[in-house]
Structure formats: structure tokens, C-alpha cells
Design a protein around this ligand. Structure first.
Ligand SMILES: Cc1cc2nc3c(=O)[nH]c(=O)nc-3n(C[C@H](O)[C@H](O)[C@H](O)COP(=O)(O)OP(=O)(O)OC[C@H]3O[C@@H](n4cnc5c(N)ncnc54)[C@H](O)[C@@H]3O)c2cc1C
Length: 437
């Protein structure tokens, strides 16, 4: 009797690469034939403007991925629509027994996956998630009492202790690539216009090579926004165009401070998984009682980079123009919005979510709640970044400021919209009052 072949779909989501891709490797190892697919999720895309930089990034990454599969005599099938409807349809068209993918820890993604799992279960199709986006996921790294860590330092210590060579395995598919479904000549990639978008960035210009990445002086230079001293890999980690294992293998031997930043990323992924409510609610409950001023005119000036505080304005203009902002400046602008203007951190989080190319819900909510002092391991409420001394310390030669504010030093540059000292005192008194109740 001939044995039936196991056919699977491998569904690329936030892992737009073939190299060192755990889920893809697992799919090939456990199937006879694998068809890779990608879906432009219409439920997400409908909410975005037509020049959204992230869709551009994804589109170009998908183009590259398709080419990489064609080079292996296979192909990436690309769809546009709601995955909850499309996946079951393709599964029956291709008559597959398994759908394999890499896990996503955002609450909406988890809900979508649970819905799909239930639908597919009725049809006796396996729906299997793998760990690829992080080194340790879900309940793999808990406190001795089996509850999740909420403080970074003990978490990172345990993370390092637990790390073994096998956690950093390179999932090279070379010996399995013959199992990829053969290409069919009629699979043109849907055009970016057809999905409602237009080109606005060039992926090649923002794609550093890990081999060329120099992190030797990272710990010395990373806080200076005018120096090109950070990796700029956040967007690639977000969409999985690089592998976190590949990056940790490098960081582990080259720079411990850099490794710690990668662990912060995992810490926030873990927090989001265990505390999905933190997307909308302060992690520390008593911070829900802050009476925000939420002045819309001041919020608009902050968004446009017109607060009269140069380091804040330079950061916001960098964000608006490029979709990126340096980490030190992210902390300063967030602190300014919350603790100088007394505007709800959720307004800032939402604005960053619209603009950041590297927008990652876990890190963004984590970063904003950190700045608001309401997060799990946040800056204390009385620590208020002084935008003037931060500028002197981290952009003393005004290089960053002059790059983003051409009218700096002229009459055209606005006067400060609030007085630093006054704003600081006001917020300190308010926080003290609310938090002591
Ligand atoms: C208010 C606020 C919002 C933020 N929003 C995001 C976001 O939406 N997406 C995002 O990826 N990062 C976010 N960060 C974290 C950090 O600013 C960026 O990861 C970093 O600036 C990206 O630049 P890089 O790749 O050159 O970082 P590098 O300094 O080269 O760091 C290497 C990698 O480590 C990770 N990392 C570094 N710092 C942090 C951090 N503080 N928290 C979590 N991960 C970190 C990132 O994946 C980064 O690519 C936010 C920080 C703040 C204060």
C-alpha cells in the first residue's frame, strides 16, 4: 500500500525570511511537501493610510522572499484578504493536513490564531505554532513560584543562565529544500496598488548586514543620537527579515550591553503575553487615577515637533520624516508629553504606533508605560527628563538638532510652549497627591 504524503502550508507572518526560520524548518522536517504562503491581511491594511511605510517595507520584503523561493525552484503564494477566511480556503484547495507558522504574542494575533485553530480543528487540520520571534516564550522563563517576572534585572539574569547553545541553533533548510512545493508559472505577485498602497521607501537603503554590524563601541556611543551607533535593526526584528538567534549569537560574544537590549525586547514580549491588558491599562493600577490635561493644541504641537524644546522637536521631526527615532530621544519625547504636558501616555503610544516603521506593540506599550512610570519596571514617577540638560549631554554640538530643525536659532523657531521648571513642579505635586491616595 502506498503511503499518503503529508502536505503542509507554511504561513509567513512576522518572519519574512527563509534563512534560520524555525517554523519553516519544522514544517519541512515534518512534512513531505510544503507550500509557503503570505497573506496581506485586509483587516489590518484597511485601517492604514495609502503611504504607510510599514506596508511598503512588508511588500518589498515579500517580493524578496518570493524571489528567494523562486531561486529554490519553489514559490511563495501571496494572498490579500482576511486570514480567518483565506487559510481554510487554501487548506482545502491544496488539500493539506497541516498549517505551520511562527508564534505571535500580540493579543489580536492570539485571538485570530485561536479562531483559526477552532475552524481547522473541525476539518481535522493541524494548526501548529513554533517559537521563532524570541529565544524564550510564554511560560518558558518564570519565577521560582511559576509566576511571570515583572522586573527586568532578575529576568535578564535568569535569561542568561538558561541560555544554551541549542536555543541559538541555526535552522538551515538546505538539506530539506527539495520538499518545497514546485513552482507553478502563474503566480505573479499582486501589485502594491491593488492592495491600496503606493511605494514610499526603499528597503535596500535601510537593510544593514548583520555581518557588517559593528557593536564593539555600542555601550559607549549608543546614547548620542547624532552618532550612527545603534544597529537600526528594530524594523528587521519586527518583521523577521533577520533572525533573533543570529543576532544573539553575535551579541553574546561581542557586547553585553547590546545583548541586554535584545533581552529588553524579549522582556516586553513576555509582559505583553502575560498581561495583555497592559495595552490599554496602566500596569500599576493607581496610575489609572492621574487626571490628564490632554490639551489637544499642545498635543498637535508635540506631534509636529513645534514645542520649542529642540531635542523634543528634532525627535518628532525625525519620526515624522523617516519613521524612526533614536532610543534616547524616544525616552525624552515620551517623558515630555506625559510629564510636561500632562497628556495621557496612550495618546503618545497611538501616535508612535501610526508613525514608527519598527512599531512593535510589546516594546511600544512597554516604552510608553516605562516613561509614564506606570509600567512594570518603570522609571520612578519623580524622575522627569529635563529636555534642556538632556540636549546638552547628548547633543552638545547640536548636530542632531540642526539636522532636523533647519530654522533652529532663527526667529522662526517657536518659543517653549511650557516652562520646564513650572511644568515639573506641577506634575510632581500631582503625581504625589494621586499616588498617595
Ligand atoms: C517610548 C518608547 C517607544 C518605543 N517603541 C518601540 C517600538 O515600537 N518598537 C521597537 O522595536 N522598539 C521600541 N522602543 C525601543 C527602542 O527605542 C528601539 O528598539 C530602538 O530605538 C531601535 O533602534 P535600534 O534598532 O538601532 O536599537 P539598538 O540600540 O541597536 O538595539 C538593538 C535591538 O534591541 C531592541 N531594543 C533596544 N532597546 C530596546 C528597548 N528599550 N525596549 C525594547 N527593545 C529594545 C530592539 O529590537 C533593537 O533593534 C521604544 C522605546 C521607547 C522609550
Amino acid at each position: 500500500m502506498t503511503q499518503l504524503k503529508t502536505k503542509s502550508i507554511f504561513w509567513h507572518r512576522r518572519d519574512l525570511r527563509i534563512t534560520d526560520n524555525k517554523g519553516l524548518y519544522y514544517a519541512l522536517e515534518n512534512s513531505d511537501v510544503v507550500q509557503p504562503i503570505f497573506i496581506f491581511d485586509s483587516t489590518i491594511l484597511q485601517q492604514l493610510p495609502s503611504d504607510d511605510k510599514r506596508v511598503n517595507f512588508i511588500y518589498q520584503a515579500v517580493q524578496k522572499l518570493k524571489t528567494a523561493y523562486l531561486d529554490l525552484e519553489s514559490d511563495l503564494l501571496v494572498y490579500f484578504g482576511n486570514p480567518v477566511e483565506i487559510i481554510p480556503q487554501i487548506a482545502s484547495e491544496l488539500d493539506v493536513q497541516k498549517i505551520i507558522f511562527n508564534n505571535d504574542y500580540e493579543p489580536k494575533a492570539i485571538l485570530r490564531d485561536q479562531t483559526l485553530e477552532a475552524i481547522l480543528k473541525q476539518r481535522k487540520i493541524d494548526f501548529k505554532g513554533c517559537k521563532d520571534h524570541v529565544i524564550f516564550e510564554k511560560n518558558e522563563l518564570l519565577k521560582p513560584n511559576n509566576s511571570p517576572y515583572t522586573i527586568f534585572t532578575p529576568y535578564s539574569k535568569k535569561w542568561k543562565e538558561k541560555l544554551k547553545d541549542e536555543d541559538l541553533k541555526n535552522y538551515n533548510i538546505e538539506s530539506y529544500s527539495f520538499k518545497l512545493m514546485n513552482k507553478n508559472n502563474n503566480n505573479e505577485l499582486i501589485s502594491i496598488e491593488k492592495i491600496g498602497f503606493r511605494n514610499s521607501i526603499n528597503l535596500d537603503s535601510i537593510t544593514p548586514k548583520i555581518e557588517d554590524l559593528n557593536i564593539e563601541n555600542y555601550h559607549l556611543d549608543r546614547d548620542y543620537p547624532s552618532k550612527n551607533a545603534t544597529s537600526r535593526l528594530s524594523v528587521h526584528l519586527r518583521f523577521g527579515t533577520i533572525s533573533i538567534r543570529q543576532l544573539v549569537r553575535k551579541a553574546k560574544t561581542q557586547n553585553d550591553v547590546f545583548l541586554n537590549e535584545l533581552i529588553w525586547r524579549e522582556f516586553y514580549q513576555m509582559i505583553l503575553f502575560h498581561f495583555p491588558d497592559s495595552v490599554h491599562k496602566s500596569f500599576k493600577k493607581n496610575y489609572e487615577n492621574i487626571p490628564w490635561k490632554n490639551n489637544e493644541v499642545q498635543f498637535k504641537l508635540w506631534c509636529e515637533g513645534k514645542t520649542g524644546y529642540p531635542i523634543v522637536d528634532a525627535g518628532m521631526r525625525e519620526l515624522n520624516e523617516t519613521g524612526f527615532m533614536h532610543n534616547r530621544v524616544r525616552m525624552i519625547v515620551a517623558s515630555f508629553l506625559i510629564k510636561h504636558l500632562l497628556i495621557d501616555w496612550r495618546w503618545g503610544e497611538t501616535y508612535f504606533a501610526e508613525k514608527l516603521l519598527d512599531y512593535e506593540q510589546a516594546s511600544n506599550v512597554g516604552g510608553w508605560q516605562w516613561a509614564a512610570s506606570s509600567g512594570c519596571d518603570a522609571v520612578p514617577y519623580f524622575r522627569i527628563f529635563n529636555p534642556i540638560s538632556q540636549q546638552v549631554k547628548f547633543d552638545g554640538k547640536l548636530e542632531y538638532i540642526q539636522k532636523w530643525i533647519p530654522e533652529y536659532g532663527t526667529e522662526k523657531y517657536p518659543k517653549p510652549i511650557v516652562d520646564h521648571k513650572e511644568a515639573r513642579e506641577k506634575v510632581l505635586n500631582l503625581y504625589k497627591l494621586v499616588l498617595s491616595n
